[in-house]
Structures are given as structure tokens and as C-alpha cells.
Design a protein around this ligand. Structure first.
Ligand SMILES: NC(=O)c1ccc[n+]([C@@H]2O[C@H](COP(=O)([O-])OP(=O)(O)OC[C@H]3O[C@@H](n4cnc5c(N)ncnc54)[C@H](OP(=O)(O)O)[C@@H]3O)[C@@H](O)[C@H]2O)c1
Length: 259
């Protein structure tokens, strides 16, 4: 086995929503593995904090972007291309959730969730295609890694209608994009995380007691960690997964298989 099988050294990687949570875990894994990483999100202070934390470990830059509107995606893509960026790996991670009882579930929540989770992901991928095409070869396909969710696979305990449906849409977009782009040597895969501590799931991980209660509901008896998600992203970006496309990979401590 060549020891560069899992290497992402010097790869150009863009992680949307890389300022915190799962996006930051993924960005940090790439930085530590020697990739050249760009993160983007809306809040400048959180971007700055993430960059300050990760820059000592490698190459990382940040750009502000609101990917929930077509104009925002367009503006970001223009700035990114003007910086002379190339791209080997696009990680579509930025996302939002909304929970509310069925009878009160608001249209605004539905629109907000779909705007970023589905439309933003689709249009950013579309805009990044010229860069992904420029680097794609039969031996070294470029990669799109979408972040879905196990809530798009099985029915969640929480009433998060728009979110769960949006993640099922992300999984299907993954398959359709993989099908369309296979001849262009762009592999499109998806990670479906289980439960990872983040701002999105902070209501579940409030203190030690609630954290251990959550852990009890997970077959592997613990929440997801940075290495779990980072390691999977590295695999999906490396030569080790060059022959894999259109796959939705649950990283969930067994939640979908033992539910
Ligand atoms: N945590 C979990 O257990 C879990 C499970 C399954 C799936 N996921 C998925 O994993 C991804 C990350 O979730 P997370 O838990 O890490 O959530 P999080 O902590 O809320 O992080 C979300 C990230 O996305 C960015 N973002 C949100 N809206 C954006 C927009 N309009 N434009 C650009 N960036 C935007 C946020 O930064 P700004 O707010 O500054 O823009 C932040 O960096 C999501 O797709 C989520 O659905 C998470």
C-alpha cells in the first residue's frame, strides 16, 4: 500500500460553514493534514476566532459569505475566483435547522432551512464547477462532499419537518450530481452525521447530565467527535475513495442501523 493513499497534502479545499461545529471539525482535519483550506460563513467575529485557532496548525483563510441567497452565492463565487483560487474539494457543510410542532410549523422556518441546506448547496456547487472541472482527471477526480443528516434517512424524534426533508433532498442531489458529473471526473458523495455537539444541537448537550442521557440513546454510547467526521471527510477527499461516487455515508455511531 502506498503510504499516500489517504493524503490530502496541498489539496485546495473549501469548507462552507467552517467557522464552528462540524464544518470547523472538518476544516481543522484538512488543515492538520496539510491541505490549503478556505472557510466561509456569515459572522465575521466567528470566522476570525476560527482562523485564529486554526492558522497556527497550517494554511487556512476565511471569507464572509451568505450562501442562503443566489446573490450571496454569486458574490462569494466571484470573490473566490478573483483570488485566483483553484479547487480540489468542495465541502458543502453550511446548514440550518428549525424545530416546531406540526400545527405551528412556520413558512419562514421552512424557507430559511431550504434556502441554505438545499438551494445554497446546489447553486454553490454549480458555481464551483469550472474550478472543479479544471483540476479533475481520471486518475485524480475532484470531489464534492455534501453534509446531509441521518434525519434525511430515518424519522427523527424532534419535529424538524423542513430540516429532515431538506436533508433527504441533499442525499438525492448527491446521487443526481454524481450521475451527471461522473464523466467529468468529479466525485460527489455525502456524509450523513448522527449526533455531534455544535450550536445546532446545543439544546441536547446542555450539561454533563443531558450529554450522558443523549449518549445512552446512541448505540455506540457516545456522541460524534471531531476525528469521526474529519476522518471520513479526509477519506472522501483522498485517493483512497477515488472509485466512490453517489454514496451517502452515515457517520452516526450506529443510529441508523440500530434505530
Ligand atoms: N451537529 C449535528 O449533530 C449534525 C447532525 C447531522 C447533520 N448536521 C449538519 O452538519 C452541518 C453543520 O451543522 P452544525 O451542527 O455544525 O451547525 P452550526 O454549529 O450551527 O454551524 C453551522 C455553520 O454554517 C454556517 N452558516 C449557516 N448559515 C449560513 C449561510 N446562510 N451562509 C453561510 N454560512 C452559513 C454558520 O456560520 P454563520 O452562522 O456565521 O453563517 C456555521 O459556520 C449542517 O449542514 C447540519 O445540518 C449536523
Amino acid at each position: 500500500m502506498n503510504n499516500d493513499l489517504f493524503s490530502v497534502q496541498n489539496k485546495r479545499v473549501l469548507v462552507t460553514g467552517g467557522s464552528r461545529g462540524i464544518g470547523k471539525m472538518i476544516a481543522q482535519a484538512f488543515v492538520r493534514a496539510g491541505a490549503n483550506v478556505t472557510i466561509c460563513s456569515r459572522k465575521q467575529d466567528e470566522l476570525d476566532a476560527a482562523l485564529a485557532e486554526m492558522s497556527p496548525e497550517g494554511i487556512i483563510t476565511g471569507l464572509r459569505a451568505d450562501l442562503s441567497t443566489y446573490a450571496g452565492v454569486d458574490a462569494f463565487s466571484e470573490v473566490f475566483a478573483k483570488r485566483g483560487e483553484t479547487l480540489d474539494v468542495l465541502v458543502n457543510n453550511a446548514g440550518a435547522a428549525w424545530g416546531a410542532p406540526l400545527d405551528d410549523y412556520p413558512e419562514s422556518g421552512f424557507d430559511r432551512v431550504w434556502a441554505i441546506n438545499v438551494k445554497g448547496l446546489f447553486h454553490l456547487t454549480q458555481k464551483m464547477l469550472p474550478l472543479l472541472r479544471a483540476r479533475a482527471t481520471i486518475e485524480e477526480p475532484t470531489r464534492v462532499i455534501n453534509i446531509g443528516s441521518i434525519d434525511g434517512i430515518r424519522v427523527a424524534a424532534t419535529e424538524n419537518y423542513a430540516y429532515a426533508a431538506s436533508k433527504a433532498a441533499v442525499h438525492q442531489l448527491t446521487r443526481q450530481l454524481a450521475h451527471r458529473l461522473i464523466g467529468e471526473h468529479i466525485n460527489v458523495n455525502c456524509i450523513a452525521p448522527g449526533l455531534f455537539p455544535s450550536k445546532m444541537t446545543a439544546f441536547l448537550f446542555q450539561d454533563e447530565e443531558t450529554t450522558s442521557q443523549v449518549a445512552e440513546t446512541i448505540p455506540m454510547k457516545r456522541a460524534g467527535r471531531a476525528d469521526d467526521i474529519g476522518g471520513t471527510a479526509i477519506y472522501l477527499a483522498s485517493r483512497a475513495s477515488a472509485y466512490l461516487t453517489g454514496v451517502v455515508l452515515p457517520v452516526d455511531g450506529g443510529m441508523t442501523t440500530h434505530g
